[in-house]
Every structure is written in C-alpha cells, then in structure tokens.
Design a protein around this ligand. Structure first.
Ligand code: HSE
Length: 305
C-alpha cells in the first residue's frame, strides 16, 4: 500500500474538571487526510482548504508529527500529506490534534503498523508542542483511541480508556481568537488545597459516573472552580450559554479545551438539538459569527476512509 486516506475526528478536552487529562472524541466534524509514500526522505504538505496553514513541514503540526515518526524509524522514504480540514484551526475542538493524529495513524498503516496507539499519541505530541508550546495529550488520546480517555501521565505516557453511556455533544464555536498559549498563561500556577480536593473529587466521580452510566452523577461532577472561572471571561455570554443549555435539558458542559468553543452534553439527540437552538438564541444577540455542531460521542478515533 502506497497511499491511504483517513478521517481524523474533532475532540473535546478538559471536559470541565479534567484539565489537561480528560477528553472525548466527536463523530463530526472530522478532517480528511491522504498520506502517500514518496521516495525522498522528506515531508510534503498540501492543503485543500482555505485556512492558510503553513506548508513548511517544520512549521506544520502534521509535518512535525510525521518527522517524529520518521526519526523513530529507519525509513528510507518520506511522505506527502494532502489535508482537507473541516475542523477550524483555533476552534478549541482539537484541530491541531486531528492533523497530528491523522498524519501519524495514516503513515503507520503505510509502514505496516509498527507503532501502538500509545506510541502514536507520543509521536503526535510533537504536533501539540508546536501548536501550543506544551506537551499535553488530552485531545490526542481521544483522537486516536476514540471515546473518553484519561491521560494519567505524559511522562511516561499512560492512557486510560473509559466506558461511557450514550451521550450527545452540542458545541458552539464563537469565531473569536483565543490562543491556547495565552489561555494557559493566564491560569494560576498554584491552587489552594481546598480547590484541589474539590477538583479531584469531581474528576474521580465523573470518571466513575461515565463508567457506570450514571447520568445524574455525570451532571453533578461537571464542576470546575479552578480553570473555568478564569478562562470563561474570554468567552462572551459564557454564563448565559451555560444557563440556557441547562434549561434546554443539557446535563452539563463548559469550555471545550482552551476555548473559544463551548460544549454541552445531553442524553438524547433530540435534547442536543434543543440545546443547539438555545445556544443560537443566546449568540445571535452578540453579533459575533458562530458555528454549532451536534454530534454523538464517537467510539472511533482516526479511521481509514
Ligand atoms: N488541555 C489544554 C488546555 C487543551 O486547556 O490548555 C488545549 O489544547
């Protein structure tokens, strides 16, 4: 096989109380990527979208992830990658993770599956480092494994897959710019013990609630008193979005990754659509352009098209 096309899903990281460790995959949107072997030991990037992302492999998230894969092998060839992004860069739903994961998963197929999923996440972290200046894997893990994942540790990398009941996400992407690096720089460096206890209690119970399929406990656990109060100031009408979504039947939600997208979880598709309508009503008053998505939580990570 010399060429393969993969679909790399959007992901929601943090999931309110799981800063830098918890995440889940969406079914839609996803990026389309075709990776093929080329005889020179180089990486070529071709974009078929209008986002103006760099084509210099050293400045491109997919490019640096592929370079990490080439460096880890004795490959005597390189890769060309054609990317059609549907996940808007900077939207907060794992656009850079999709590029990095799609590239390494596709290349791994072409070289006879030499790497495990865990190793592919490790390689893709080079992409997140370029995109945000930090080696976190909370979008990469669900992008490759699918479903809900918890990154227990990045050094060494340790990923836990979490069972979960049927859930639907409604996502609103207000088209304002929030740089992940800046949204990270504004966070407190130290956390009072009282807040830390509250947070790990909620994260532990959220993971247990997902595994048990206990929707009530999922709802009660999605609380964050450390990151959300700081970052939500960057998202106009965040409190109104949340209140209107809960009133429309969502069980909980918050900022997706470092924003600006906001996600809310619902038990049924019908409720997720009502939440989307509620989000529209709140945001149409702002004059800020926005997109919304409704998607089931995806069981699959990057998949062959
Ligand atoms: N966990 C990361 C953050 C996700 O919140 O900064 C953004 O890539």
């Amino acid at each position: 096989m010399d060429e393969i096309k993969v679909l790399a899903p959007a992901t929601v990281s943090n999931v309110v109380c799981g800063f830098d460790c918890l995440g889940f995959a969406l079914e839609t949107p996803f990026d389309e990527m075709t990776v093929r072997r080329i005889s020179e030991r180089a990486i070529r990037i071709v974009h078929h979208d209008g986002f103006g992302l760099p084509t210099d492999a050293e400045q491109n998230v997919a490019g640096v992830a592929l370079q990490a894969l080439i460096n880890a092998t004795e490959l005597d060839h390189g890769f060309e990658v054609e990317i059609t992004k549907h996940i808007k860069p900077g939207s907060g739903i794992g656009s850079s993770a999709a590029s990095a994961c799609g590239a390494v998963v596709a290349a791994n197929h072409l070289i006879g599956e030499r790497f495990t999923k865990l190793e592919l996440v490790e390689l893709a972290m080079a992409g997140e480092m370029l995109a945000s200046g930090s080696r976190h894997a909370d979008n990469l893990a669900p992008c490759i494994y699918g479903g809900f994942t918890l990154v227990r540790s990045t050094e060494p990398l340790d990923i836990v897959e979490i069972d979960f009941p049927p859930l639907y996400a409604t996502v609103i992407h207000p088209q304002i710019e929030i740089k992940t690096s800046e949204a990270r720089a504004m966070l407190p460096k130290d956390v009072p013990l009282r807040e830390a206890v509250r947070n790990w209690s909620n994260l532990g119970s959220l993971v247990a609630a997902l595994a048990k399929g206990d929707y009530g406990l999922i709802a009660r656990s999605m609380v964050d008193t450390i990151v959300e109060p700081v970052r939500s100031s960057l998202i106009p009408k965040f409190d109104e979005l949340k209140a209107a979504s809960l009133a429309a039947g969502a069980i909980g939600g918050g900022i997706s990754g470092s924003g600006p997208s906001v996600f809310m979880l619902s038990i049924t598709h019908e409720t997720a659509i009502s939440v989307e309508r509620a989000m529209h009503a709140v945001y149409s008053e702002t004059g800020i352009p926005f997109n919304t998505y409704v998607s089931r939580i995806g069981h699959q990570g990057v998949r062959v098209a």
